[in-house]
Design a protein around this ligand. Structure first.
Ligand SMILES: [Ca+2]
Length: 185
């Protein structure tokens, strides 16, 4: 935007531009470096704030990416079948007062093969029954929100997926960090 003004014949305001800042509290503290997360933590920006998340791998797991741990060994049939082959962290942001029921994420093997069958179970973090699971196809399921979240709130949900493929069963664990915030303000 250019502004012209008559200042005694000399145009002092040539090429003045205006800058606009949205009137919201949506600063990205993670990008700005104003967060206080430690080296071992991952900064996650949310409207109005930020969170410091830890993606630690438990014993017997090795980190294969910033958000994923892989089991190194398993010793017997039951352990190999029932302990997660991988543990993966995900972060999701939603607005408070999302209309329910609402599918909040889809989960399934990638790639999926003909004959794959899954079962989903929320094994932690759903004590108040905000979430539910259902299968859409034999190899695709969703986690959905079934109770309204009226106030800003964080959830840490452990979702287990069991996959039956060619006669064997493998367990996968998704650790979901879910943030409900009031956008804008
Ligand atoms: Ca923020």
């Amino acid at each position: 935007m250019e502004v012209e003004a008559d200042l005694g014949g000399k145009n002092m305001l040539d090429n003045v531009s205006i800058s606009l800042q949205p009137l919201s509290n949506n600063l990205d503290e993670c990008a700005l470096g104003t967060h206080n997360c430690s080296e071992a933590e991952t900064c996650h920006n949310i409207p109005g704030s930020f969170r410091c998340l830890r993606f630690d791998c438990p014993p017997n797991y090795v980190r294969v990416s910033n958000t994923k741990c892989e089991r190194t060994t398993c010793h017997d049939f039951m352990e190999c079948r029932n302990s997660p082959a991988t543990i993966t962290h995900y972060q999701l942001d939603f607005q408070t007062n999302l209309l329910v029921p609402a599918h909040i994420f889809r989960i399934g093997p990638a790639p999926a093969f003909t004959g794959d069958t899954i079962a989903l179970t929320i094994i932690k973090g759903n004590e108040e029954g905000y979430f539910g699971t259902r299968r859409l196809t034999p190899y695709t399921g969703v986690v959905y929100l079934q109770r309204a979240v009226p106030e800003p709130r964080d959830f840490a949900l452990d979702v287990e997926m069991k996959l039956w493929r060619q006669g064997s069963v493998t367990t996968f664990l998704a650790k979901m960090h879910i943030f409900f915030t009031t956008f804008g303000v």
